[in-house]
Write a protein that binds this ligand. Structure first.
Ligand code: ATP
Ligand code: MG
Length: 250
């Protein structure tokens, strides 16, 4: 069982789009997959047409094993389950802070789910607080979308510095470029600049494509409604690369 966090300290960079598509492709490839929506916004829950836990259904992330198992929902797709977002997730960091061993609460909370799955994917909110530290502890691999802007590259360097300073293993962090417009010279230059750095960058990149935006209309992963689109192909490359990495590092 491998836990992969789709994590970034920046908002709106394509974490949820990647998490939803990677989870779908993992399951389609025969892996028993659970996508955990850790973001109170509930975007991946929405994409899979599952009701978010308005009445604190996913409290098991704080309260314990039986509740977390009860919270898991099937999706419309074989082998793919979802731990829906819960409004209480907005203050998971505060809840964890009040408990013993506050940095390993998430890992512990996910333990009862692990035997049933080959992959746990975490769709993370954009934070760098105690919840983020729980994510670093729980994940075998962190996959970070980078958008080709100066600020996004700065934020990634900050993240790597923070991980090193706190003693987390930043070599488990791999980044990929997301929302890339290959016609823009600035995008090409920033990607080249990032590739020249000592970062672990995946080869797969996700272009800026309206198929990805249309996920909100179809409420489905790209490959479910546009299997032969360039967007589905790009996410498939990202999944194949991630899967190989998971096999070699975990
Ligand atoms: N490759 C892409 N091409 C076009 N639009 C995209 C792409 N990736 C994401 N988007 C759009 O950008 C917006 C933000 O994407 P997404 O929700 O995946 O980001 P996020 O990092 O999860 O955001 P948050 O930090 O709020 O959780 C969404 O409206 C999504 O449809
Ligand atoms: Mg998101």
């Amino acid at each position: 069982m491998t836990t992969i966090a789709i994590y970034s300290n920046k908002g709106g960079v394509g974490k949820t789009a990647a998490a939803v598509n990677l989870a779908f492709l993992a399951a389609e490839g025969g892996e028993r997959t659970l996508l955990c929506d850790l973001d109170a916004q509930g975007s991946s829950t929405f994409y899979f047409r599952v009701q978010p836990g308005i009445k604190r259904k996913a409290r098991g992330l704080v309260k314990g094993a039986r509740k977390v198992l009860e919270s898991v929902k099937e999706t419309d797709y074989p082998l793919l389950d979802l731990l829906p977002a819960d409004f209480s997730h907005r203050k998971l960091d505060l809840e964890f802070a009040d408990q013993k061993n506050p940095k390993t609460r998430l890992s512990k909370a996910l333990d009862p789910l692990k035997p049933a799955y080959d992959f746990l994917l975490l769709d993370c909110p954009p934070t760098i607080n105690l919840l983020a530290e729980n994510i670093f502890m729980a994940a075998d691999l962190l996959i970070t979308p980078l958008i080709p802007t100066t600020l996004s590259l700065m934020a990634h360097q900050q993240l790597l510095d923070f991980l090193d300073a706190q003693g987390y293993r930043s070599e488990r962090v791999y980044a990929f470029f997301s929302m890339v417009d290959g016609r823009k010279r600035l995008h090409r230059e920033l990607i080249a600049e990032a590739r020249a750095r000592n970062w672990r960058l995946l080869r797969a990149t996700i272009p800026y494509l309206s198929y990805v935006e249309q996920m909100g209309v179809h409420r489905a992963p790209v490959a479910a409604f546009a299997a032969s689109s360039p967007a589905a192909a790009a996410y498939n490359e990202l999944w194949q690369e991630t899967r190989r990495l998971a096999a070699s590092t975990v």
